[in-house]
Structures are given as C-alpha cells and as structure tokens.
Design a protein around this ligand. Structure first.
Ligand code: HEC
Length: 172
C-alpha cells in the first residue's frame, strides 16, 4: 500500500510539474511573440546594414535579371563542351584585359559568378554594360566598388555572350 502511494504521488508530481511547466511556457511564448513583433521592427535597419557590408562583388544576388536584351533563358541545359571552348577563346580575346577568372583585376574575379548572378543578368552585363551600370541597382553598386571604372561594351553578339556564359558555368 505504501509503495502504491509513493508511485501515485510520483505520477501526480510529474503530471503537476509538466502542467505547470507548459502553462509557464505558454505564458513565456505569448510574451516572446509580443516581443518579437516589436524587435523585428527595430532590427530591420540593422539587417540592411549587414547586407551592405558585404561587397557587391561578393554578394549573392539571384533576384534580378538586369536590364538589356536578355529577358528569360529558362532552365539552362547541361554544359555544352564545344560552347565552353569557344567561350574560353572569346573570353581570352575580349575580357582578359580587365578580368581574371580567380582574382580581382580591373573588374571582379569571375569564378563562381554563375552561382552569384542569374544567367540573364550576366549576359545583360556583357551585352549592355553601360545601361546596366546606369539602371541596374547591383551593377551600379559594382561600378562604385570598382572606383567608377566602367565595364567596356565589347560589342559581342548574343550568341558570343551565351558562349562566354557557358564557359563561366565551368568556373565554379
Ligand atoms: C575595360 C575593362 C573591362 C572589360 C574589357 C570587360 N570588363 Fe567586365 N567588368 C569590368 C568592371 C570594372 C566591372 C565592375 C562593374 C563596373 O565597374 O562597371 C565588370 C563587371 C563584370 C561582370 C559582373 C561581375 C560581378 O561580380 O557581378 C561580368 C559578368 C563581366 N564584367 C563580364 C565581362 C566579360 C564576359 C567581358 C568580355 C566580353 C568583360 N567583362 C570585359 C571591366 C571590364
């Protein structure tokens, strides 16, 4: 009989304490929720500042397709080796005066660029750099980061720009 009383009181204690606990938790949660709404409002500018602290050339921004002739490439097919080879040749002829694949030069390093920008944005930057740095917020920031030295328009065709994009896809 004594044993049963001990077991029963043990159960009672467990039940009571868990009930008490959850009520307390709930109270705390409601309090937290109220707090969260006020905190969220106060913290918003801090978050924006954090994003600005990352240099534009190192910031991933897949939200924009940029300004220019390339509107939507859809999902890209698997990498085409022939296009990569032609793209590499074009890159060496038209872009290496200012770009290196792996390090910053007159323009940003281009390794990993297809993971940081949409393919449309990259092609618009190649085909339409002047309007891009005037109208596209990200390209504008890049121009500032690169001390106002603008990317030159190399007068490539869409087909040539697409091949360079294919080459960039292999740099990641
Ligand atoms: C006269 C120098 C110059 C030449 C030539 C040039 N670029 Fe640029 N490029 C820049 C600069 C500088 C930037 C940074 C934006 C700015 O300042 O306009 C840039 C930015 C870029 C970006 C964006 C990089 C990023 O971090 O988002 C891409 C992509 C790019 N260039 C590709 C090319 C390709 C491809 C060619 C060759 C067809 C080329 N560039 C030729 C100077 C150049």
């Amino acid at each position: 009989m004594k044993k049963i009383t001990i077991i029963l009181s043990a159960i009672l204690i467990v039940v009571l304490s868990s009930c008490g606990g959850s009520t307390a938790n709930e109270a705390a949660k409601t309090k937290d929720e109220t707090k969260e709404t006020t905190v969220a409002k106060e913290e918003a500018p801090v978050e924006e500042k954090a994003a600005e602290d990352v240099k534009p050339s190192e910031r991933v921004d897949l939200s924009t397709k940029g300004v220019g002739p390339i509107k939507d490439l859809g999902e890209l097919p698997p990498i085409d080796e022939k296009m990569v080879k032609e793209g590499l040749e074009l890159f060496q002829a038209k872009c290496t005066a200012c770009h290196k694949a792996k390090s910053k030069f007159i323009g940003p390093a281009l390794k990993g660029v297809t993971e940081m920008r949409t393919p449309e944005w990259i092609m618009n930057m190649i085909l339409n750099p002047t309007e891009m740095v005037e109208k596209d917020p990200l390209a504008k920031e890049l121009l500032v980061e690169f001390n106002g030295s603008p990317m030159a328009n190399q007068n490539l065709t869409e087909d040539e720009a697409r091949k360079i994009l294919e080459f960039f896809r292999t740099l990641n």
